[in-house]
Structure formats: C-alpha cells, structure tokens
Design a protein around this ligand. Structure first.
Ligand code: A2P
Length: 312
C-alpha cells in the first residue's frame, strides 16, 4: 500500500494515504493506531501541536523507528500552532514538536490556520503578536526548511486568494495544502488551483468527521448518504472505503483516522478497486459546500479563510 505516492514540488514523495492523530489522546489508542497502521502499510502520519498529543505520539512512534520501519520510510507532518505565528516563536515551536515527536526533522511542516490566535487551549502571549500576518509567518517558515528542520512547508485551511499572495510574496512554494475535502465539500476551485501550481492537496476529514464534538444533530452524515451507500454496494466495499477511494482517484493525499483496529485495516484496503466515471460524477454532484471545520470562533479575524463572501 505504501507504494502509492504523489510527487512533491521539492523532489520528494508523499504517500497518498495517511493516518491522522487528531483526537487520539490515549496512549493505548495511539499504540493501536501505529501498531496496526504500520502493519497495514501506512507510512504517512499527520500530527499537530494543537492536537496536544505530540509527546505521546512521539513515544509510540519512537518504538517503531529503527524497529518496524526506518525513519526514511515514513512521512511525518506536523503543524505550527496558531499562538506561535510571531516570527520569534517559529523555531522554538518546531524544535518543541521535534522533541515531542522524538525526530530530527519533519517531512512537512504546515501552518495550521492562516491566522494568529490564542485559543484551542494554547498559551496566550502578548496581544501584539496577533498582528502578524500569515504571509510574514510563512516567510519565517521558509527558514525552517532552509535549516533542515523540515523537508517541506505548506499551509492548511486556506483559500485561493491567500495562496495567490503566498505565491507572489514568498520564495518557497507550499509543497502541500491541507483542506477539509469530502463529497459534501468537494473544493474543486482550490484543488484545480493547486494542480495548476504543482502543489499537492491533502484531504482531511474525508468521511466528514462524523464524531466531531460540535456536530449538530441535523447535520448530514456522509457515511449514511444513499448515493455513497449505493456505490459501496456496487463495489462490495464500505461507505468509508468509497469516500477514501474518491479522494485517491482525485489524485489527493488523504488522511484517515480511526482507533478501531478493523477500521484502520479496512481504510487501508482502497487500492484494490476503482470507482468508474459515473461513480466519480455522482460523488462530485453531492457537493453542498458543507464545512464541518469552519473555526467559527475566529470569524471576525480579517484573514479567516472561510468567511462568507470569500470565494474559496
Ligand atoms: P473510530 O475511531 O471509532 O473508527 P474523518 O476521517 O472524516 O475525520 O472521520 C474520522 C472518524 O470516522 C473517526 O471518529 C472514526 O471513528 C470514524 N471512522 C474511521 N474509519 C471508519 C470506517 N471505516 N467506518 C466508519 N467510521 C469510521
């Protein structure tokens, strides 16, 4: 399974299917995730300082490196927290992440949100630090790549206007843009933009994050969508496998997340079948621009990427 990779504009490669760690806070769950994940062939792991679990993740990962996998065989991503956007904070932030993850370098370091904020349980610093723009922060991230602390940099949760600014004002093109993507939020515009600019897109929440804590009762559940289930029946696969395969065939990298051993394995079995053109059109037609992760607590921030009126 780990042979399916996409080329990055840095010259290296990223495995198409990755395992996410958001919300996996217990050591037993992280052990399950890595033990079974590595056995099933996952080689791409996605972490973030704002997940508040990098110390535990590092402990578990460290048991595997040099044992079940070599460092060069895995691809590890982490993300800059919103409270560490001031340029003086970047290097200490990545060094802390490397220390927590027990690594010498990251394969990819992403700006988690293009906004400096003090929330998500993060320490608050001087309010002046919130004035830094995502462009300045990104420019400072370039130095982290130049110093070898990370092999590549990029950004999450953004829009094409912000990417245009980064491309015109920065020296290192983002290698990866990570976005929420699934059939209810198909994100054609930013995907096409990134393809035109040789930037790989990573899809997070490909199943629509069914267990997100702030989910409203009335919100649609993609895993239970009639069309998704019908396509699943046709291929004798689960709804989750259809949703993951949909991302794979759109030439995205995709992060899946489960603490259930059967589902970790099931989610890795998405390279032995193909959706046909009709399936792909039916899934794309489910789009309703439904965003599960819109960071509504920061809607008044001038750089909020998903404010009403912004055409992503
Ligand atoms: P669990 O850990 O109990 O398996 P997303 O990737 O869209 O953020 O969704 C992740 C959520 O989907 C997790 O809470 C996970 O719960 C659940 N999940 C992961 N894989 C599957 C699957 N194959 N079938 C059903 N639910 C899944």
């Amino acid at each position: 399974m780990n042979k399916y990779t996409l080329p990055l504009n840095t010259g290296s490669e990223i495995p198409q299917l990755g395992l996410g760690t958001w919300g996996v806070d217990k050591i037993d769950d992280l052990e399950k995730l890595f033990n079974i994940g590595i056995q099933c062939g996952y080689r791409h792991f996605d972490s973030a300082s704002m997940y508040h679990n990098e110390g535990l993740t590092g402990k578990v990962l460290n048991q595997h490196i040099g044992n079940t996998v070599s460092r060069e065989d895995i691809f590890v991503t982490s993300k800059l927290a919103n409270n560490a956007h001031a340029t003086k904070r970047l290097k200490p932030a990545i060094i802390q992440t490397l220390k927590d993850l027990q690594l010498d370098y990251l394969d990819l370091y992403l700006m988690h949100w293009p906004m400096a904020t003090f929330d998500h349980g993060m320490q608050a610093y001087d309010l002046e630090e919130l004035k830094v723009s995502y462009v300045e922060t990104y420019q400072a991230m370039e130095a982290l790549q130049q110093e070898g602390l990370t092999k590549a940099i990029g950004i999450c949760n953004t829009n094409t206007q912000q990417l245009n600014r980064l491309l015109s004002e920065c020296n290192i093109k983002p290698a990866v843009v990570q976005m929420e993507i699934h059939p209810y939020l198909t994100q054609e515009k930013i995907i096409n933009y990134c393809k035109d600019h040789d930037i790989v897109i990573t899809a997070y929440s490909p199943l629509g994050a069914p267990h997100r804590p702030w989910r409203k009762e009335e919100s649609p559940v993609i895993l239970e969508d009639k069309i998704v289930k019908k396509i699943a029946g046709k291929h004798q696969k689960s709804a989750a496998q259809i949703l993951l395969r949909f991302a794979i065939q759109r030439e995205l990298t995709v992060l899946t997340r489960s603490v259930n051993p059967d589902r970790i394995k099931q989610n890795s079995e998405v390279f032995d079948f193909a959706l046909d053109a009709d399936d792909m059109v039916s899934l794309l037609n489910l789009n309703r621009n439904f965003r599960g992760m819109n960071y509504s607590g920061a809607l008044d921030h001038p750089d909020h990427p998903f404010r009403e009126g912004i055409d992503n």
